[in-house]
Design a binder for this molecule. Sequence first.
Ligand SMILES: [Mn+2]
Length: 461
Amino acid sequence: MVYYLKVGDTIHKKQHSLLNRAKEATNMLKEHIDKDDTIRIISHNDADGISAAAIIANALNEEKIQYHISIVPRLTDKVIDKLRQEQYPLFIFSDMGSAFVKELNFFKNDVIIADHHQVDDVESDSNLIHVNPHLFGIDGSKDLSGAGSSYLILRELDKKHLSYFALIGAFGDMQGQKGFTGINEMIVQDGVNTGNIEITEGLKIVSKSSEPLFKSLAYTFTPPLPGITGDLEGSMAFLEKTGISYGIKFSDLALEEKDALMERLIAINPDIFGNIYYIPKENPLLRDLEEYAYILDATGKNKKTGLGLSIAIGERKKALETAQNIQRIYRKNIVKGLEWIKKNGTIELNAIQYLYSDDKLFKSIMGTIISIALSIKSIDSSKPVFGLSKLHKDIKISGRTTRELVDKGVDLGKALHDSSNNFGGQGGGHDIAAGAMVSEESKDLFLHLVDEIVEHQLNSN
Ligand SMILES: [Mn+2]
């Protein structure tokens, strides 16, 4: 008998398979919890990775289980070799690990990978459980974050109240800005059902009650407000024209001023009005999930992941103050980076464009500034863009493109994976956003190979 699944059923089936795989990981984790084992956690240093580690840490705290966390910028053979010497009965790799199944298969003890980056075609051994949406045909760049994957391995341990961290991770990886889809939607429902998330409609601008309005607007990087985003003077000029004092905080505006501002901003970008997801019981600075993600992002990008993590496991007051200061500096640097891009532009090859800087200031924010520059159109988006920065004797590459080019066949994760391997480097990630590292001397040849690969991706689609 032949029968056809409707689209909805297919999606449901994929989600079901993913949840089954997560269940296997839950069982493995449960065994170690029951034995009172100390658990080793390795996670990524961005907002998603910190959120992923925080979900696991909060869950283990509740179970009174000890753990040891390392937050790293990327997984390398060297990191893995070192971890392999350690005697922990269970290793959890969150928001990373999927590209290293082959290496992690060599671990004698148990391993769980909870990731959402692209996967290699490698079978996992019996003591390794690999949770990743891509394994089941679900798009991990859109529908589930690394924190989401980590949440799924804990969800059935009565941890649905931690679901909001999965969404903070999703926001950190630019997944929720236009609404949540797929398995992320189910996670939103978990948060709403447990009373940990509420949803309201409003203006999606940042720091409404902590910064003067012109900064709130200029530091609103998503959704983009061309002419205002990343441009403090542009923001002041806009407010002057609107007849609103730029030094006042949004939260102190009169109702009719808020309405006037909303109308003018919606005319620039309708996405500025939309769903706001918030944690009702949380401190005002962290209440909005998206802003929570931006604070974690700022700590991660400034090598203060310990601070980000401690906030996510409950530290407030001084920790939050420090994080806020770090965020202020971080935002200023992003504005500087955007000015640099505006002034210098990109260098075009056939199918890609790139920019290069050896300024230390930009090395940790390159990916962020090229994403924003694309969105406010200070970089033309018709070709994928690669930001290169110097890191000791290596070149770090961040690639970003648009959903339109992905639909035309572009896959940056694959392009950077294949090209960097060719030069003895490492790379990978998502179709729309990816990263790599190669040696300085291979920079030009590497760029030409990436260019050829992307050209081929576009032609063979
Ligand atoms: Mn991630």
